[in-house]
Design a protein around this ligand. Structure first.
Ligand code: 3EB
Length: 320
């Protein structure tokens, strides 16, 4: 296993997107451009991929409505960055949300205000063509200790296909428990990425959530097991759609071996070493990154995202 630990002390900036996505385009050499008051974007693209980052500065002091409005603006800007490019189909989003669990106005968590903005922006985006079940990109959503809202998006020249997890309610159909408007993301996106062997399953942030309920609040080991089941389940759902008949009967271990990249966001500093040992035991075949971050629900201790290889045959060399 190739392990990367983001052991910076809790800093004031959002985590970087994972290396595999930065490597797809020359994103770090692109320049930041101002697109409005406190609003910045940086975009790099080639014929096959576009990677865009949007920053909305200093949003921590905003009330719930204003925070939601800024989120809409950030998503509009993200959409505008893709327009007219050859690679304009959004397949993967990362949301780094400041003060994610702080109360704001009548809402117990700023995450809910973010969800109002994100849902409204997608609603506007989809109007008249398609919908949440056909076009929504997968995402991760975690907190950070700075003051800026930071959103990254990856787009591809061919449209992605959303994949849901049968163990979980689609996030965009969650009840009012998670805010006046639900979170808005697909559990995974099947995507063709020109520079990687195709096709791939981009799996968004996956946590110890069944249906829409948080499972095993505060219990790290049980959350690791539940999250692994969800990662295996969404990979199985994708393989079934690919026409791989025996996908459903594969064991979790075989499904997990399809994952090439995994990133584990964890809340508590003191869990780092236990997670390193757990990852070494279970994800020996993958690049694994550990990143400290606050998460979007009280009680959640980890959220794991990844990239899994699809294709009809089991990858050679992995089965003994
Ligand atoms: C959940 O509902 C909680 O808000 O973008 C995973 C992936 C989660 C993405 C987001 C939240 C988000 O499964 C965690």
């Amino acid at each position: 296993m190739n392990l990367r630990q983001d052991s910076r002390q809790p800093g004031r900036s959002a985590p970087a997107p994972p290396r595999w996505v930065l490597d797809l385009t020359d994103s770090e050499s692109a320049t930041w451009r101002q697109a409005g008051s406190g609003l910045w974007a940086r975009t790099s693209s080639d014929d096959h991929h576009t990677f865009t980052s949007v920053i909305c500065r200093d949003v921590l002091g905003l009330e719930a409505e204003d925070f939601a409005r800024r989120t809409v603006e950030a998503y509009r800007l993200l959409g505008a960055q893709l327009e007219g490019r050859r690679a304009e189909n959004l397949v993967r989003v990362w949301n780094f949300i400041p003060g994610i669990l702080s109360a704001v106005g009548d809402l117990p968590h700023r995450y809910m205000s973010f969800n109002v903005g994100r849902y409204s922006a997608y609603d506007e985006w989809f109007r008249g063509h398609g919908g949440f079940d056909r076009e929504l990109a997968t995402a991760s959503g975690v907190g950070h200790r700075g003051a800026d809202l930071v959103i990254h998006g990856l787009a591809s020249s061919s449209p992605g296909v959303p994949v849901e997890n049968p163990r979980q309610i689609p996030a965009y159909r969650y009840s009012l428990r998670y805010g006046p408007l639900p979170p808005c993301f697909a559990r995974a996106t099947r995507a063709e990425l020109a520079s990687m062997r195709r096709p791939w399953l981009l799996v968004g942030g996956t946590a110890s959530v069944r249906g829409e309920d948080t499972m095993h609040a505060g219990d790290l080991d049980a959350q690791c097991r539940e999250t692994t089941k969800n990662l295996a389940s969404v990979a199985s759902a994708a393989l079934t759609r690919e026409g791989v008949d025996d996908a459903a009967t594969w064991e979790s271990r075989e499904l997990m071996e399809r994952y090439r990249h995994l990133r584990i966001y964890y809340v508590l500093e003191q869990h780092e070493q236990r997670l390193v040992s757990w990852a070494k035991e279970h994800f020996a075949h993958a690049d694994v990154e550990l990143v400290r971050a606050d998460l979007c629900r009280d009680g959640l201790l980890i959220e794991i995202e990844g990239v899994a290889e699809l294709g009809p045959a089991f990858p050679k060399g992995l089965r003994n």
